[in-house]
Design a protein around this ligand. Structure first.
Ligand SMILES: Nc1nc2c(ncn2[C@@H]2O[C@H](COP(=O)(O)OP(=O)(O)OP(=O)(O)O)[C@@H](O)[C@H]2O)c(=O)[nH]1
Ligand SMILES: [Mg+2]
Length: 362
């Protein structure tokens, strides 16, 4: 058992980490598939996908609960926004990383943007990714897909004034087979930004392997320390002879955060039924439990169970400590245990679900 001082230090560090944000900017041609791409990477519908061709003139910001903010910047190069005005108005240099998405001919304004992206990358190590979406629509009677891709890449390099620059080719249409998104996602996760910012990306991006799930698990365990300490510090956890008055909303928030990190949504049972694999069958009751225990009543039951277990230990363990410290230490342990169990269950369910999400991906 760590000392209260140690816990406090750890709590402060985790609190700081929790308040850190990573800001991703979406830039590119109207209708190129920016929304589709980010929805695919994150694994849920963050932005509306549309067929309309109206040029968006406002920026849309979506703050996700785990510290990732995605900013959808309006197109430039229009009458309203010359690229120079656009750069001044939206100050795109402020973001941590950029996804530039296009689906057609690159223009002079794009070359100007590329020069800026290059500058921001070298000055502040803020990486960018150039994505040619709608790979499924790249077609020419006389040239192969590889030749066409090479031409597109050459055009990008020319506008970037770089000899080599990676261009990601993606397809976000499920009916044509999602393509290239996984490679892009892994490269984004591997970017050279602070560890804590990297972990924010990992927390929000959809897992596509056991390795991703394990990384998510360790993010949850870190967060659990925060919640355990926050609950303990409040002194709201049951102690011998005291009525249960635990911080139920805090635990509910913690559970919902863990589910979100693991990408477990309300439709999980349907997905598991559809999959029908042995692992999926086994995970169904676990998935049910995840939602049942996440209610006020469910948490009360859990607290009773774990509190009585904890109290049996506490009697001898905390004899030298008194008052608040007893309640804090016991509270910390109780939330920790409840949390670890919940994280393990989320991991199991998400693992069973993995196959469903990877079916259409190449
Ligand atoms: N063929 C094809 N169509 C796609 C692909 N990705 C998206 N689309 C379609 O392109 C249209 C625009 O997609 P969005 O994701 O809304 O594009 P956007 O860049 O966010 O659009 P705005 O926000 O309006 O600028 C929609 O009809 C999508 O279904 C793709 O990979 N291939
Ligand atoms: Mg959009």
């Amino acid at each position: 058992m760590a000392s209260v001082d140690e816990l406090r230090r750890k709590f402060e560090r985790i609190k700081q980490d929790m308040e850190t944000e990573v800001k991703v900017a979406l830039i590119g041609q109207p209708g190129a598939g920016k929304s589709s791409l980010i929805n695919n990477i994150v694994g849920r519908k963050i932005f509306e996908v549309g067929v309309h061709t109206d040029t968006t003139v406002e920026m849309h910001e979506k703050k996700l609960s785990e510290g990732l903010t995605i900013v959808d910047l309006p197109g430039y190069g229009t009458k309203r926004f010359r690229i120079e005005d656009w750069l001044r108005e939206f100050r795109p240099e402020q973001y941590d990383l950029y996804l530039f998405v296009f689906d057609g001919k690159l223009l002079d304004a794009d070359a100007t943007l590329f020069q800026n992206l290059k500058k921001w990358r070298s000055e502040r190590e803020h990486p960018f990714f150039i994505v040619r979406n709608k790979e499924d629509d790249i077609y020419d009677d006389e040239k192969s897909l590889d030749e066409l891709k090479a031409e597109i890449t050459k055009d990008v390099c020319g506008k970037m004034q770089n000899r080599s620059e990676k261009v990601y080719f993606t397809c976000c249409r499920k009916d044509r087979g999602i393509k290239g998104v996984e490679e892009l996602k892994q490269d984004i996760l591997g970017v050279n930004i602070s560890k804590i910012k990297q972990s924010k990306l990992m927390a929000e991006f959809r897992a596509s392997s056991i390795r991703d799930l394990d990384a998510k698990k360790s993010i949850c365990l870190d967060k659990l320390d925060y919640y355990a300490w926050a609950g303990a510090a409040g002194g709201l956890i049951p102690i011998p002879g005291v009525d249960i008055a635990a911080d139920i909303p805090l635990i509910m928030k913690m559970f919902s955060s863990f589910r979100e990190i693991f990408g477990i949504e309300n439709n999980v049972k349907t997905i598991l039924y559809e999959l029908g694999t042995a692992a999926a069958q086994k995970a169904i009751p676990v998935a049910e439990k995840l939602f049942e225990t996440a209610t006020k009543e469910g948490i009360k039951i859990l607290l009773k169970q774990f509190a009585s277990k904890e109290l049996k230990k506490s009697v001898t363990k905390y004899i030298p400590i008194i008052g608040w410290v007893v309640s804090a230490a016991a509270g910390y342990n109780i939330i920790k245990e409840i949390g670890v169990n919940y994280i393990n269950d989320c991991h199991e369910v998400a693992k069973a679900e993995l196959e469903y999400f990877t079916q259409n991906q190449k």
